[in-house]
Design a protein around this ligand. Structure first.
Ligand SMILES: [Zn+2]
Length: 714
């Protein structure tokens, strides 16, 4: 899933105010710095061959100083405020700092090192302070408020009107209407929160690395394929360790738990994951998240809201925490009932094998896989032979975009990358017009954040004359040297997912950078990505890429049919673990400001009980203490429900295609024109309804996820 990296409207100013520190550091900045001028490469792609670690900090500092000056000029303009001299001028400001931060965020996310982490630690509070510098700037806000009041008489085009409203709302949301004393207090809270988030991220990265399962006993790895064992040996070698290392993924469940036949190894692996940030060592995050939750509640109070969630959801499609909770509560019974049926099936297998134990979370995937094989006769290892990564990418993911939207692509070997695993593709419209650059970086590294995400090196904007340069990052397991990378069908889906985000970025056709591409509400941004997942299993797409890596033979039709049937398998578990994480998030952020510092373990237990999601065998997808979506940044705080909300949009949206003839260029083009190219240029609920013809509902979601099944007769 996407870890959405927030793009700042403006950029960075020094915490100390408008004068010297930033300018002093900026003195080291000159034409020899690769960020000094816009990149001369095609699409202004980052010149990674020239960028050195030491180039980032002076460029960030100079960018801060530069934008400070730009913002001051706008705020102090003696002319009456106009769209052009205020809001459009802001849209044009901060080019340098945006340029360097896009590359910096990309590299620190996917290929970091202690030097870069250190720069990030130093700059994080300054970035937060700068956001405040813009959004709490009284003079600037006064100008925006004037334009906002005049907006209906200004005869603005719809996108410009939307821009004015978004700016005004964002300033008010950030506290522009507060007294000077409250603004000072808010700045303090924001700075502490940013430092805590950064501390959380660093601890989690270290804890995840530390949490790897390490053994010198090959027998403990029984059940893993020879290729996986070789990869585990390789991981050990790269860490200068004896034996075997299975690195942790960021989720609670770990991929190898599906194959590891030794129950003790499964339990140990699971527990290393579950307790990774609760060991009482330097990487324990419990105090960090408790304080962060408290801080956020205090911030909400200052801004006049009952909770952080209430403040956070105001500008979302759902609008209130109550609406989001109601939506989730309504799915809980169907999801947990399906999970309970799945658990029963699994326990039956355990009992039939004389296991003599009750199903535990570390057993789930191992036995679920056996149920799946028995029911659908699907063998993950056998299936993987049909999903060679490059074939999936070019003949599946890209092919679907060709069939729906007429896109063509060409790999480019001439553009510099930050790591040899990164590949670059140029995309063209059906008429041959160049559209965007797409970078992909799919394989796991220890210096890469967990999960998968999409972001941009360059955002599209007609105002700035820029075309999109977008990227996808994932953590797929690399095969041993010289072997083709075969991936699971889950990974195939993940590739379609991230590319759905990429399309949202690449199709962007907005005037203003603030409204372009994926810069939408959190409970909308996962709609294009989850929608794109549907095409992975669409017959004419599936048969085009699912071919045996050795023989090129297509997946036999019987097997393909079973894969389609198996789509709803385990969906009770999947939905429940997501709901559990989403409930944890919403409850952490529903704390009232006067609540005493919570104890994370107790809080978590109680929160899951309250939501009827305390199933012993379905742990939350992320535990509170390693839930980086909500603590690593503000991005998904009080927003994790958005993954489920957008599942509703994705399934309901796909249903429109089903009702209108399925995969056709006409359907694709209409969707692109009315949704994918529109970014945040109009109200999102309205945009959806115009395209779909009705507001979204959960009907298709429950159907496609197999949750509408009646419980079996007793
Ligand atoms: Zn996503």
């Amino acid at each position: 899933m996407l870890l959405f990296m927030s793009t700042l409207i403006g950029a960075e100013a020094s915490a100390q105010g408008s004068t010297s520190p930033a300018l002093a550091a900026a003195a080291h900045f000159g034409p020899s710095n690769p960020f000094y001028a816009p990149s001369a490469l095609p699409f202004q792609a980052p010149p990674f061959d020239k960028i050195k670690d030491e180039d980032y900090q002076p460029a960030i500092e100079a960018g801060m100083a530069q934008q400070q000056a730009e913002i001051q000029t706008i705020a102090n303009n003696a002319d009456a405020p106009t769209l052009e001299n205020t809001i459009v001028a802001m849209e044009k400001s901060g080019r340098l700092v945006n340029r360097v931060m896009a590359a910096f965020d990309g590299v620190t996310g996917a290929h970091t090192n202690p030097t870069l982490q250190n720069i990030k630690t130093i700059e994080a509070p300054k970035l937060a302070a700068h956001e405040d510098f813009i959004y709490l700037n009284t003079k600037l806000f006064a100008r925006i408020a004037v334009i906002y009041k005049q907006r209906t008489s200004l005869k603005l085009d719809p996108e410009s009107l939307r821009l004015v409203e978004q700016y005004y709302d964002k300033f008010v949301h950030a506290g522009a209407n507060l007294s000077e004393a409250d603004k000072t207090e808010l700045k303090k809270l924001n700075e502490e929160a940013a430092s805590l988030s950064n501390a959380f991220t660093n601890k989690l990265l270290a804890a995840t690395k530390e949490g790897a399962y390490v053994t010198t006993d090959k027998a403990a790895l029984a059940g893993l394929s020879e290729a996986r064992i070789a990869a585990a040996a390789q991981s050990a070698k790269s860490r200068q360790l004896e034996g075997f290392v299975i690195p942790l993924q960021n989720t609670t469940q770990q991929p190898d738990l599906v194959s590891l036949s030794g129950r003790a190894t499964r339990q140990a692996t699971f527990e290393r994951s579950w307790n990774r940030t609760e060991r009482g060592d330097a990487n324990d995050t419990r105090d960090t998240i408790a304080r962060l939750a408290q801080l956020r509640a205090q911030k909400a109070k200052l801004l006049g809201y009952p909770s952080f969630a209430a403040w956070k959801l105001e500008d979302q499609m759902a609008k209130t925490p109550e609406a989001a909770l109601q939506f989730m509560d309504a799915i809980v019974p169907a999801a947990t009932a399906k999970a309970a049926r799945e658990a029963k099936d699994i326990q039956a297998v355990i009992d039939a094998q004389q296991g003599g134990f009750q199903l535990q979370p570390w057993d789930w995937n191992f036995y679920a896989e056996q149920v799946r094989k028995a029911r659908y006769d699907l063998d993950d290892a056998q299936l993987k032979a049909y999903f060679e990564i490059d074939n999936v990418l070019q003949n599946g993911v890209f092919y679907a975009a060709n069939q729906l939207y007429g896109l063509n692509f060409k790999e480019r070997h001439d553009l510099p990358v930050y790591h040899p695993d990164v590949r670059v593709f140029e995309f063209f419209d059906a008429n041959g017009k160049r559209l965007a650059l797409f970078y992909c970086d799919y394989f796991k590294r220890d210096n890469k954040k967990g999960g998968a995400w999409m972001s941009e090196f360059v955002g599209q904007s007609r105002l700035l004359g820029t075309l999109p340069v977008v990227y996808n990052v994932a953590n797929l397991s690399k095969s041993a040297e010289g072997e083709p990378a075969l991936i699971s069908f889950t990974d195939v889906i993940a590739m379609f997912h991230e590319f759905g985000h990429a399309l949202h970025g690449m199709f962007s056709d907005a005037e203003y950078p603030t409204l372009a591409g994926t810069s939408t509400a959190r409970d909308f941004v996962e709609f294009p990505s989850q929608f794109n997942e549907h095409w992975a299993i669409y017959p004419s797409i599936f048969t085009h890429y699912a071919k045996h890596y050795k023989t090129g033979a297509p997946v036999p039709e019987k097997l393909a049919a079973r894969i389609r049937e198996a789509e709803t398998f385990n969906k009770g578990y999947d939905m429940t673990e997501l709901l559990a994480a989403a409930e944890l998030d919403m409850q952490w952020h529903s704390l009232t400001p006067n609540t005493p510092l919570p104890k994370p373990d107790e809080f978590e237990k109680q929160a899951l009980e309250n939501a009827h999601l305390n199933l012993s065998y379905v742990p939350p997808r992320y535990r509170s203490t390693y839930f980086s979506h909500i603590w690593g940044s503000d991005g998904y705080s009080a927003g994790y429900y958005a993954y489920l909300w957008t599942q509703m949009l994705a399934d309901d949206g796909y249903q429109w295609f089903v009702e209108n003839g399925g995969l056709t260029r006409a359907n694709g083009d209409r969707f692109r024109q009315m949704v994918l190219s529109r970014g945040n240029t109009e109200d999102l609920a309205k945009m959806y309804k115009s395209w779909r013809g009705a507001p979204p509902n959960t009907k298709a979601m429950l159907k496609y996820r197999g949750l509408e099944d009646p419980p079996p007769a007793k």
